[in-house]
Design a protein around this ligand. Structure first.
Ligand code: M1P
Length: 250
């Protein structure tokens, strides 16, 4: 049986919050025609629609948004895990943003998504330059790791993960991307899974799914990637032939 290919989006198929590279999109379209492809993002559907070509959205077998708390097939919601976050948690996040010594604020600092709060000190209105500046400072001073540590210590029923370049995703404990593994193994029992993600480090939002996929079967594969060029290279090397022509070769 052919492998289910599962991809994170920002940092794995596209640059952070950027549109998919045209040449890569052309190549990726052929991958979607040859394999069952699933997308998994911390983001919501309107953002994915800005980043990915319509034909790719139409070709994939399923899309998991909001860290796996929402699943869509053929544009229709299959499930949606709603959660009402308590005021003391949202208040704590707002205070953290206010108290940060980072000098730039662009607005839209706490975004509510299905089953998730996305928190950013610099704000979601940051342009690419402002994003990069925050990302660089965060690497030096570990502000997001500090936010994550504080959230998990004060709110043990919740978890927090580094999303992409500038933010942290907060969910009820266990409501992370690993849900995607549960869904796929129930819907497609016995199928191998290959997962590509750029945030597989400890505290990264691809890590829970990477671990679940790895522990699910020794036939599964997990590819920690640097960026979409890396993903492209691995796909060319390992998944550019259709599973049918691979078995003819074997
Ligand atoms: O999909 C990865 C992440 O993309 C964005 O992260 P950032 O704005 O930090 O680059 C966010 O949508 C985040 O929720 C998501 O996990």
């Amino acid at each position: 049986m052919d492998t289910l290919l599962v991809f994170d989006v920002d940092g794995t198929l596209t640059g952070p919050r950027r549109r998919m590279h045209e040449d890569f999109a052309r190549f990726f379209k052929s991958v979607c025609q040859n394999y069952q492809v699933f997308l998994v993002s911390g983001s919501d559907m309107p953002k994915l629609e800005e980043q990915l070509p319509k034909d790719i959205i139409g070709l994939v077998a399923g899309i998991f948004t909001c860290s796996g708390n929402e699943m869509l097939v053929d544009g229709q919601a299959v499930y949606r895990m709603e959660h009402l976050f308590p005021d003391d948690l949202t208040g704590f996040l707002a205070n953290f943003v206010d108290a940060s010594r980072y000098p730039v604020r662009t607005g839209n600092h706490i975004e509510a998504r299905t089953g998730t709060l996305n928190v950013s000190v610099v704000g979601r209105n940051a342009d690419p330059k402002q994003r990069m500046a925050y990302f660089t400072r965060d690497k030096e001073n570990g502000e997001r790791q500090k936010m994550i540590g504080d959230i998990m210590e004060r709110f043990p029923d919740y978890e927090a993960n580094v999303g992409g370049q500038i933010s942290v995703d907060v969910t009820p404990r266990g409501w992370n991307k690993s849900r995607v593994f549960q869904e796929l193994s129930q819907r497609y029992p016995g199928r191998k899974i290959a997962f590509f993600g750029d945030n597989m480090h400890t505290g990264g939002n691809d890590r829970p799914l990477g671990d679940a996929v790895k522990n699910g079967s020794s036939d599964n594969k997990v590819f920690p990637v640097e960026d979409h060029y890396d993903t492209w290279k691995i796909l060319q090397e390992q998944y550019s032939q259709s599973p049918k022509s691979q078995s003819q070769v074997a």
